[in-house]
Design a binder for this molecule. Structure first.
Ligand code: PNS
Length: 189
């Protein structure tokens, strides 16, 4: 059985990621999508939220499984009896980092190969960061990810902004620091 793992942050998954997952699922018997739990970053979504989002978005592909992981990416193929790590390659700008990562992983796990799938042209510009940037400014997200993902992004950004507003309210009333900057509080007024 040919098993591949596809590690990434997926914060959130885009059409580009989904394209790579679907195409990998054609070439491998099983594709395990590993969602990195990285405590040093502050992602928009928790690792479990990202797993849930990806599970929903890939529910029509029976040989795809989504799971969280921590630590090194090479642990994923080891723990799941996989021979291959999949990565998407969008442009030359990805190449240096991806090559270095593949070579490092090869040193750490010589029995595991990295296979690059070139991202479909229509998604070559796309990233989770671009999606979030456009979302923050209220732009149209429909070309970036399916509605179930973009709706989750919009809702999460709204909730995050609400939390910051109420935090600012508490800060003001409790500490009475009048000159404290409070962008979200001002914006809400
Ligand atoms: O979706 P991303 O953020 O491009 O994915 C990057 C990821 C998760 C594949 C990479 O950061 C990673 O493998 N992190 C785990 C730590 C690791 O294995 N580092 C060694 C390879 S350089």
């Amino acid at each position: 059985m040919k098993i591949a793992v596809y590690p990434g942050s997926f914060d959130p998954a885009t059409y580009g990621h989904l394209d790579v997952i679907r195409r990998a699922a054609v070439s491998f018997d099983k594709v395990i999508v590993g969602v990195l739990h990285n405590s040093s970053k502050s992602p928009l979504f928790s690792v479990q939220e990202r797993v849930n989002i990806l599970e929903k978005a890939t529910r029509d592909v029976p040989n795809v499984e989504v799971k969280p992981f921590e630590g090194l990416s090479v642990n994923l193929p080891r723990e799941n009896h996989a021979q291959v790590i999949i990565r998407g390659l969008r442009a030359v700008t990805d190449f240096e980092y991806e090559l270095q990562m593949a070579q490092t992983n090869r040193v750490l796990a010589p029995d595991v190969d990295t296979v690059f799938l070139t991202t479909s042209l229509e998604y070559a510009y796309l990233s989770s960061t671009i999606l979030k940037e456009v979302a923050h400014f209220g732009g149209d997200l429909s070309k970036f990810a399916p509605a179930e993902i973009t709706d989750a992004v919009i809702e999460k950004i709204r909730l995050t902004a609400d939390k910051q507003i109420s935090y600012c309210h508490i800060e003001r009333t409790v500490t009475e620091i009048e000159n404290k900057e409070c962008i979200y509080y001002e914006a809400a007024e």
